[in-house]
Design a protein around this ligand. Sequence first.
Ligand code: ARG
Length: 510
Amino acid sequence: MTEESGSAGSEERRSSNDASDVVRRDRFSGGPARGFLSSMADDERIFAADLAVDRAHVVMLAEQGVVSEDEATAILSALDEVESAGFDALPDGEDVHAAIETAVVGRAGDVGGKMHTARSRNDEVATCIRYRLREDVLDAVEATLGLRKSLAEVAEGHAETVMPGYTHLQPAQPTTVGHYLLSYEQAVARDTARLFDAYARVNRSPLGSAAFAGTPFDVDRERTAELLGFDELVANSMDAVSTRDFLVEVVAALANLATTVSGLAEDLVVFSNKGLVELSDDYSSTSSIMPQKKNPDTLELVRATAGDAAAGLNGLLTTLKGLPRAYNRDLQNATPHAWETVDAVSEAVAVAAGAAATAEWDEAALAEAAGEGFSTATGVADLLAMAGVPFRKAHEMVAESSEKVSKRNENVAESNVKASYLDALDAAAEEILDDSLAAYVEREAVEAALDPAESVASRDSTGGPAPESVAAGLTAAEETVAADEAALADARESLTAADERLRTEVSRYA
Ligand code: ARG
């Protein structure tokens, strides 16, 4: 083993272990492309998965009489040694599967060569990726739950805190911080659901498909699936080794999640710019030259993570597009897109949760901003429409009055603005309805509609910002969070149970 290898830790590998790769043997042992071919650096992530897959496979082979109990014992104890020695002690190899097999043969002798009976690296790697990805998807689910809980908690504390709501980033209608935060809780809840949905299709076993064409050995695919905690099989052996659609599903769900969260991050960047919210120091940074600066860097990076996730999805789809059946080595390059995306998005979601939980909403600034830009105008039009004025005419009256008043009163005290607004509305009624405003609504009712808090309280439709609607939204959010937490615990428990089952089976051969 004197060849160049691009894989991590290969320096130590060559000096500490000079066993040759049992898969490549001498013919494919070297050459300038060796490092290029290797997936060793990325494969550290599936080291534990491969050991589990090897154990389940060997236990099944012994149960089926394909290898003897003694042979299984020798292989399984070599696997224990390989596990204790750790990933960095593996001999060099094209990938972790070849390296572990080489190490097993090195420790157990020829009998180690029986481990790979009735399988291929093609079903092996597909199984390892699914095995490991399950954990990562559940971690991502947990991150979404953390974010949802902090959003709901802050929403509860600010259920009645009036704030400006925007469309086109222009002041549009007043709402509450509670209503606003629950809008993201609900969106992230769908991201959780999409991750769970993807999880169900990740959690299927391709093992026993061999290269793609099955095997003449009497393998028990259900048994290895059970030992590894998979809920069902990817039955067709050609599909089982070829497909990476489960990676696409997971990465798409993550890209969607990252996109949702990037909107939240952007809002908080804008709101802190307007002085409506202040980020905690823990989630801010400063400038290396301007000492007074407090910048929302963490949220900017959260926002940018959506770009990374979209790139991951694009990289994955582009790599997979047009691949012929069955296994092609391109698939080796598809996998890291999933690892990178799941790590980046889970971390960003956790950071967003922390930033949202610790940000301070400035109630006075929010109340003041909530009334800016005639944000209650729609409420006045609604009031007129409720009194029988066709909404389109009401819209016209309010638009005309708002326009007049905003032109005339740029530097006038708020009470005076209100008064001249009512006068303008009176005039608009005469002009557009040929009637007095009083024939439709009381002046006091219009004044109330102009108040942001009253305006919010009046919008009590399902899912609206009125306190009772927000309270109902909060209850629903808490229920969904609890149900999702229970589903997460169930999924984790069933993986732990499978792990214990496998350990128990393996220990019979000690
Ligand atoms: N390292 C490979 C991968 O990630 C494992 C499968 C190799 N199979 C093969 N036929 N060369 O896809």
